[in-house]
Design a protein around this ligand. Structure first.
Ligand code: SF4
Length: 470
């Protein structure tokens, strides 16, 4: 770390301490003033229109996001707020974004902003349609593997890591150790919440740079149908414990043909806000694995409903004080598919470098390749060449909405199935998506044509020069 960097960090640390104390004293009065100063740090990195919009929103007490931020200041431990602001805002947002962008040009390949890794294949639940339950307890990334992933990632500018699985908290000691040793990174664990206890909350507060996304799927009935009896109550109990301990957490929701109504109901969202949830990641069900039920894929009518629902609940006036992402319907904000290292990729518990948590193919493994070598290998290169996979960002996926693209990528690159139970060839996988892709196209095109799209500042670095800015 350079002297200049050390000084900037120390100065920012002092500013943040003061700002957090100042806002916590009287969030209603002090938040708008503090917001202007903090957002000033991001000038030049993000479009000024967006920053101005955030500042304006912060001055409106009825704005959903103002309520959300005030809730964060009221509910979350000041050390966690500060550590998150330093690791996510300064290290990942300010410094990391610059480093990632320059490395994309330097190495002429995709460089991710986020890396997902599975500490273990083991899971203590057996959810319907989830591949993890079948993987058994055999495969783990060692502590050294996890440390190596993070240190290689940091060299490339990556400062955000998400633990997936399997159930990552089966490895909670190692997870906490990696968080502790990498305070310049921010971590999130997707968890079924059954292993959250007081000791773990104490550890989360101590390290400050770990948040959780708890899996939940609507009401007790819809949740336990997929996750097993008692899972719903355990998740709510974990939320209570996390809230009491002032930890930061959100939810992870897989929406299927059977639970779309439950997981988008006001009743569900209001309960989540009351329980202390601050963010929600919504995932469209993907029919991966030999036992996957393609009839659980939400229908085109349900996807259309999700498109309008997400825009309503995220709206500053009509929304809920909880930040929600729907990865399948938010492609327009990020220029389509973000996998293959364009913004993220996934490392499974055997070390295979997969383009996406849902795409179980690889041609590189962390035990035989560096991260940079894997990013330059044929599979990720084919991803890079093909992105965006569709000009209609409501059809972003090379598998779900454009299955011929994934067939081509896998065959051209020679990547192999990494399914840990039964290898699944790309044609078998993509056949399960053909029907949906065909039915969704006219509906997606109609929505795309009849709704405005933001001018994103999405960059396709392979194009070079001016062409990289869309
Ligand atoms: S491969 Fe599909 S599911 Fe994965 S990030 Fe791309 S669009 Fe999303």
């Amino acid at each position: 770390m350079s002297v200049k960097d050390t000084v900037s960090k120390a100065a920012l640390s002092v500013v943040l301490d003061r700002a957090i104390k100042y806002v916590q004293k009287d969030p209603d009065k002090n938040l708008p003033k503090a917001a202007g100063r903090i957002l000033g740090l991001f000038n030049g990195l993000f479009p000024s229109k967006n920053l101005e919009g955030i500042k304006k929103g912060a001055a409106d007490p009825n704005n959903t996001y103002t309520k959300l931020v005030k809730n964060v200041f009221r509910d979350v431990d000041p050390h966690i707020i500060k550590t998150m602001a330093m690791s996510l805002g300064y290290e990942a947002g300010l410094k990391g974004t610059k480093a990632v962008r320059s490395n994309r040009e330097k190495y002429d390949c995709n460089i991710p902003w986020i890396i997902l890794l599975d500490p273990t294949s083991a899971c203590n639940l057996h959810c319907k349609g989830c591949w993890a339950a079948e993987y058994g307890h055999q495969l783990n990334l060692s502590l050294e593997d996890m440390q190596s992933i993070v240190s290689q990632g940091k060299e490339l500018g990556t400062h955000v890591y998400m633990y997936t699985g399997g159930e990552p908290l089966i490895r909670k000691k190692d997870i906490i150790r990696v968080c502790e040793e990498n305070q310049d990174c921010t971590f999130l664990a997707y968890t079924n919440a059954t292993l959250v206890d007081q000791q773990f909350c104490d550890d989360m507060k101590r390290v400050g740079n770990l948040s959780l996304a708890l899996s939940i799927e609507g009401t007790q009935e819809s949740n336990d149908w997929r996750r097993g009896d008692g899972a719903y109550q355990k998740t709510l109990d974990a939320m209570d414990l996390l809230k009491q301990n002032k930890c930061i957490f959100g939810i992870s929701v897989c929406y299927t043909r059977t639970n779309v109504d439950y997981v988008t109901s006001d009743e569900f969202l209001d309960l989540m806000v009351e329980k202390g949830v601050k963010f929600g990641f919504y995932f469209n069900y993907m029919p991966i694995g030999h036992d996957a039920d393609k009839d659980l894929i939400p229908s085109p009518a349900q996807r259309k409903y999700m498109y309008y629902w997400i825009r309503r609940v995220r709206n500053g006036k009509t929304g809920k004080p909880m930040f929600i992402f729907d990865f399948q319907d938010d492609g327009e904000f990020v220029g389509g598919c973000i996998a293959g290292g364009r913004n993220y990729f996934h490392i499974n518990s055997r070390g295979d470098m997969e383009p996406c948590v849902f795409i179980h193919f690889a041609d590189s493994n962390i035990h035989t390749h560096t991260l940079l070598e894997g990013l330059k290998n044929p599979l990720f290169t084919e991803y890079r060449k093909g992105q965006p996979f569709n000009d209609n960002h409501l059809r972003p996926c090379p598998m779900l909405e454009n299955p011929d693209k994934l067939r081509e990528i896998v065959k051209k690159s020679g990547a192999k199935s990494t399914d840990l139970i039964v290898e699944e060839d790309v044609d078998t996988l993509c056949r399960k998506c053909d029907e949906f892709a065909y039915a969704w196209k006219p509906v997606a095109d109609e929505i795309w044509e009849n709704n405005p799209h933001p001018k994103t500042h999405t960059q396709y670095y392979r194009d070079g020069g001016k062409a990289k800015m869309q």
